[in-house]
Design a protein around this ligand. Structure first.
Ligand code: ADP
Ligand code: MG
Length: 609
């Protein structure tokens, strides 16, 4: 009985593996992850587990994530020992801010698109949405407050401490953040709370939506992962310290993080590029699709100084070190203003990665960040040791390599407005790769640089990366396919018939006017009706044609063998047609009799409390 808890062999044949298993040899194994406590939910004992294939390849996110934590721990300990030889391990810590929408359950059920796709595929913007910016600091609606209290209590029972709750920018959008904790636990807890929220919302006749962009035209939802490293002595390496020792440690870790994010900026950014998050990224509400790091003015000044610190002669290094180390204590948390447009920002004693989608498991992004930083820490250590062998004092060797890393990664640092057109141009000039095309970005998983990183740090092998690549494409295709089908259904079975009924009302009216008013008079009276009629008929016509085009595009895509090619056609040919259908439907919504319109409108979805 006890053994069964530790390892199990579920049938894994229907789990997406990206070709890591054939269906006829679909054995998969789950194994207890003892680093994350088991818990009881719905009178069921739940055991956090990893999931691997018969061949030992990871099928889940947990396995590589745990490996990335181990890689980072091992590399970070080595560097931390320069400063405290007694360091035994370094914990990765996450504090995950979660954004979400709530919507009235009955209205949700009246929207097939929300029910099946988690987002609205149609909906004209409400006359009022977030333009008054009156929601952010407003009161939390009482019904939502009751829901929050409910899931917070449930979270406490499961050992998760919710630290903050507040309104977000969009109407009916909210956020909470639990207290930060060890990374693996933070991930499990985030997943758990999302589950609890989905369940408890029903009690309040609400539906919680984690989709990144449930409504067009207003802000979407993200998940901000606050990230730091903490030694077993309780030292956060990203906290500027009081002694010169601490400060050199701080700068060493900052330099390695800068270098890691610079080297793998495109890989890290590509991890957030899911279909649902693609509707949100790059808009002027969410992080831009190119990764950069915001360090705050004081730290930037310091890094610039390090960078320009003269030649690398021994005396200069020593001098720069003395000057710089003396400056660090000024960087206390309040000294970093918050640049909300940066996807990766230093916030005083931690970094905040803000590009992750609200529905995602952020381990799938963070594992690449952890691995990249582990790699740079390892390189850092090798270089520092070499300098010491060549006769430099530890402090000077550190300073020299810190400077080297800061210099080499300078292009990743950006303090300005990440939403601006200038930054877009500037990032191209700097050679930073941004996500232009979501499915294209998945290819980074197959690039040699990625494979080398992940294999060298023993986090993922080539096959596992290829598997992820397939799975990501498959998810993209399947989700877009569902959206396209729902869109087709809405158009043909909801919007077109409704528009026709509206047309008939107009027709009846025109005929009636003709009957009642004499010739010479009635022409003018019906002229606007005819105009409206022509407009409605036009959209109906257009919509039918577009649905036909959309189906043809899908057929074309579905014929393609390789999932990646299929995903590319879905992105380039199916998606644009869907947008056109939406546009026609949104216009119709403005014309058609409100009583006839078949779906709850944005103003109801967003403002009904
Ligand atoms: P803000 O909205 O100001 O960014 P929040 O309070 O909403 O801040 O969320 C911040 C999150 O960061 C919380 O989960 C918090 O526990 C976490 N956090 C605080 N300090 C650290 C740290 N050193 N490492 C990781 N996470 C941290
Ligand atoms: Mg916050």
């Amino acid at each position: 009985m006890g053994d069964a808890l530790i390892q199990q062999e579920p049938d894994a044949s229907s789990f997406p593996s990206g070709g890591l298993r054939n269906t006829f040899e679909a054995r998969g194994y789950t194994a207890w992850d003892p680093s994350s406590p088991a818990f009881i939910m719905d009178q069921t004992l739940c055991i956090p587990t990893v999931f691997v294939s018969y061949t030992g390849d990871a099928l889940d996110i947990k396995t590589p994530h745990l490996k990335s934590l181990r890689a980072l721990d091992q590399a970070a300990v080595e560097v931390a020992r320069y400063f405290d030889p007694g360091t035994e391990n370094v914990n990765v810590v996450y504090g995950i801010e979660q954004e979400y929408f709530v919507v009235d359950l009955a209205l949700y059920r009246a929207r097939p698109d929300l029910m099946l796709c988690d987002r609205t595929l149609q909906g004209h913007t409400a006359a009022k949405d977030q333009q008054l910016e009156d929601h952010y600091f407003g009161n939390i609606p009482s019904r939502v407050m009751a829901f929050m209290k409910d899931f917070e209590t449930e979270a406490y029972k499961l050992g998760v401490y919710i630290k903050t709750r507040h309104n977000e920018v969009a109407p009916n959008q909210f956020e909470f953040a639990p207290y930060h904790e060890e990374a693996n636990l933070a991930i499990d807890h985030n997943q758990m709370i999302m589950m609890v929220m989905r369940k408890l919302a029903k009690r309040h006749n609400l539906k919680v939506i984690f989709h990144e962009k449930p409504y067009a035209g207003i802000n979407g939802s993200g998940k901000h992962c606050n990230w730091s490293l903490c030694t077993n002595k309780g030292v956060n390496v990203f906290s500027p310290g009081k002694t010169p020792q601490d400060n050199l440690q701080f700068l060493s870790f900052i330099a390695c993080t800068l270098k890691a994010v610079y080297e793998h900026h495109f890989l890290i950014m590509s991890t957030v590029a899911t279909l649902s998050n693609s509707y949100r990224l790059g808009g002027s509400e969410a992080p831009p699709a190119v990764l950069s790091m915001f360090m705050g003015s004081t730290l930037t000044e310091l890094l610039d100084m390090i960078e320009k610190g003269g030649s690398q002669r021994k005396k200069d290094i020593e001098q720069a070190r003395m000057e710089i180390v003396g400056m660090v204590p000024e960087i206390f948390p309040d000294n970093t203003d918050r640049n909300r447009t940066s996807p990766f920002a230093f916030t005083g004693n931690r970094f905040e990665f803000r590009a992750i989608g609200s529905s995602a498991n952020c381990a799938s992004s963070m594992l690449f960040l952890n691995t990249a930083v582990a790699q740079q820490l390892r390189i850092f250590k090798t270089l520092v040791d070499k300098e010491m062998e060549n006769g430099l004092k530890l402090e000077d060797a550190l300073m020299k390599i810190i400077r080297k890393f800061v210099k080499e990664s300078r292009h990743i640092r950006f303090e300005g407005n990440g939403y601006s057109e200038q930054w877009h141009e500037e990032s191209v000039r700097r050679g930073l790769r941004g996500i232009q095309n979501v499915t294209e970005a998945y290819k980074v998983l197959l690039e040699e640089k990625t494979v080398a990183l992940m294999e060298e740090m023993c986090v993922m092998n080539r096959r596992e990366l290829e598997g992820r690549f397939e799975v990501r494409n498959e998810m993209y295709v399947k989700k877009l396919q569902i959206e396209a089908r729902v869109m087709g259904d809405l158009a043909i079975n909801h919007f077109v018939p409704t528009a026709i009924r509206h047309q008939n009302l107009l027709l009846e009216n025109v005929r009636g006017l003709k009957e009642v008013f004499p010739a010479g008079e009635y022409e003018e009276l019906v002229s606007t009706q005819l105009k409206a009629l022509r407009k409605t008929a036009g959209y109906v016509n257009q919509m039918r044609g577009l649905v036909h085009d959309m189906i043809e595009a899908r057929k074309k895509a579905n014929k393609l063998e390789a999932l990646h090619d299929r995903a590319a056609v879905y992105a380039s040919e199916v998606l644009p047609v869907m947008e056109k259908i939406r546009d026609a439907a949104d216009h119709l919504e403005m014309i058609v009799d409100d009583e006839l319109w078949p779906l709850p409108k944005y103003r109801e979805l967003l403002f009904l409390r």
